[in-house]
Design a protein around this ligand. Structure first.
Ligand code: ATR
Length: 278
């Protein structure tokens, strides 16, 4: 029987998920269908109802996207360590009537940086801008990658402190910083923009002094072209600029492997979805 999966979000019209999973399924010869569901925003518990309906119809798993990642977290029977740390869930698997939940956004980002962009974080200085959901999701995989130092900068420094505190409990060298203090932090090997600033065309107030020509600037947003953050990095002389296309495909590959037990290749799909950074 054809196994059924879907992505659920709202809005959902823009999603690349069915295309990505469709390609994975044919490459790995999996008998599965993957659709997109526009989840209900109101009332609060309607999302859980839609998930249970999908399960009742025989659905095997869901990818969860904005704005439902917290609601998916709340309804899970079992949470992975990563999902717990992120406080959010982006993938569900249904097994014997139970809802298993994980978050592959952070590991997808890490894989893109380390494997596709050839930038292992071990021993490196890493700067993460933002302390919201996206940064929280990336924190644990980043810490486990063993950077020399991880600095989290946020407008609200308290939020960055609380995030750094959680990571330090795991023995990593993680510090919080204000944007202003970044001017005294020297150069970073990898700078990740995990704020939502680019969604409104805004620039987080990061000083250009953090960038070094040999470094990597990574913009989590996908398909926004040269965002103000990437432009700033490019103007500072950085040669390696990336947006979130690889992360999008890598997190999908993680979910696919979790569901199906086979790992798809990602390079061709990333190439297909890449929008030039001009
Ligand atoms: P997400 O889940 O996408 O991370 P979020 O949890 O609302 O969204 O968090 C948004 C993040 O982007 C926060 O770190 C926010 O900074 P504050 O906590 O200081 O508000 C950051 N952010 C949003 N717009 C920004 C801007 N124009 N400049 C700098 N940071 C910005």
């Amino acid at each position: 029987m054809t196994d059924s999966y879907a992505v659920i979000g709202n809005p959902i019209g823009h999603t690349k998920s069915p295309l990505i999973h469709g390609r994975f399924a044919s490459e790995c010869a999996q008998d599965m269908r993957y659709t997109a569901i526009e989840g209900p925003l109101e009332p609060e518990d309607a999302f859980a109802g839609a998930v249970r309906e999908f399960m009742a119809e025989g659905g095997r798993g869901l990818n969860v996207t904005a704005p439902f990642k917290l609601r998916a977290f709340a309804m899970a029977d079992e949470l992975s360590d990563r999902a717990r740390m992120a406080g959010a869930v982006n993938a569900l698997k249904f097994e014997d009537g139970r809802i298993l939940a994980d978050n592959f956004d952070g590991i997808g980002l890490l894989r893109d940086i380390e494997s596709n962009l050839d930038r292992p974080l071990a021993g490196r200085r890493v700067l993460m801008l933002g302390a919201g959901g996206a940064a929280r999701g990336a924190l644990l995989p980043f810490v486990e990658a063993g950077p020399k130092e991880l600095v989290v900068a946020n407008r609200s420094v308290d939020k960055a402190r609380s995030l750094a505190g959680q990571a330090m409990n795991r023995g990593a060298l993680v510090r919080a910083s204000s944007y202003a203090d970044l001017a005294h932090e020297g150069l970073f090997d990898v700078v990740v923009n995990a704020t939502s600033a680019s969604l409104t065309g805004a620039l987080p107030p990061v000083p250009a002094t953090v960038f070094q020509a040999e470094g990597l600037a990574y913009e989590l947003a996908y398909g926004k072209g040269l965002t103000p953050f990437l432009r700033l990095a490019g103007d500072a002389g950085l040669r390696q600029l990336a947006d979130g296309v690889g992360m999008l495909v890598e997190q999908a590959a993680e979910a696919f492997e979790w569901w199906r037990g086979v790992r798809p290749s990602t390079r061709a799909v990333i190439e297909q979805l890449t929008v030039p950074l001009e």
